[in-house]
Design a protein around this ligand. Structure first.
Ligand code: SF4
Length: 245
């Protein structure tokens, strides 16, 4: 696979990819091509606009642009995430990128009853907010689909250490594919930089994992990458429900 496939006309890769990383990229392309063959129009990519998804976006745009992407805009995303969303749209107009928003009436009722920052008050309210802003839109995004692609990696947290490439997603009733499950964070970044892919600028400010603005903060170098998400909760509960263990 030539690097040229990823680059804008006239640009050059910043670094050479070593042979091991090139082999991993080739395997990633094969996984995505096989997934498209296996699931066809039933396949969709949950693009959260984080580092792993920046890599998947670039690879899909170059090799499988017909695979649909969807983004969940919770209404509380950081500005940097929305900026990246626009960059992706402009750079790869060939992609089908759907954005799902919370149902306005449901969201209004929740905010009126519990307050706009209720997630800080209890885990129950935090999960309720994720339910309105993320889980309900996710259900709509996955409706009629038979498989979804995610950017999950095993290394990311204790809640993801049992991850496999392909697993039945009982909660959502379809297959979940995590083609980066065996990638390290270093490999992801080497590929992003080598392929000159656009990424969320919050990663340069100490945010290894990025979600909604009020529920994400920077972490110290070497800390658990997920420790900046819902930092006021126990590490075992730091998932929003999109990905059940
Ligand atoms: S991450 Fe925070 S703001 Fe976003 S949906 Fe969940 S609780 Fe609400």
């Amino acid at each position: 696979m030539s690097l040229d496939a990823y680059l804008e006309p006239g640009s050059q890769p910043q670094v050479d990819l070593d042979a091991d990383l090139q082999a991993k990229l080739d395997t990633l392309v094969q996984r995505l091509q096989q997934a498209r063959q296996d699931y066809g129009e039933g396949l969709t990519f949950a693009n959260s606009l984080g580092a792993e998804d920046a890599l998947l976006t670039g690879v899909l745009a170059s090799h499988q642009p017909e695979i649909e992407h969807f983004v969940l805009d919770t209404g509380r995303l950081p500005e940097e995430t929305l900026t990246l969303l626009d960059q992706v749209r402009r750079r790869w107009p060939q992609l089908t990128l759907k954005v799902y928003y919370p149902q306005s009436q449901e969201l209004q009722a929740f905010v009126e009853k519990e307050g706009v920052n209720a997630f800080y008050l209890s885990q129950e309210l935090r999960k309720a907010c994720c339910g309105v802003r993320k889980l309900e839109p996710l259900k709509r995004a996955l409706q009629g689909k038979t498989a979804w692609i995610t950017g999950l990696r095993r290394e990311q947290s204790v809640t993801r250490d049992q991850l496999e490439y392909s697993q039945w997603d009982e909660g959502n009733g379809l297959q979940k594919l995590s083609p980066l499950y065996d990638w390290s964070e270093g490999e992801v970044w080497q590929a992003i930089r080598g392929l000159k892919l656009p990424y969320n600028r919050l990663h340069d400010q100490g945010y290894p994992s990025i979600g909604c603005a009020p529920c994400t903060r920077a972490v110290a170098a070497g800390d658990d990458p997920r420790s900046g998400r819902w930092w006021w909760e126990n590490p075992e509960t730091r998932e929003c429900g999109l990905h059940q263990r």
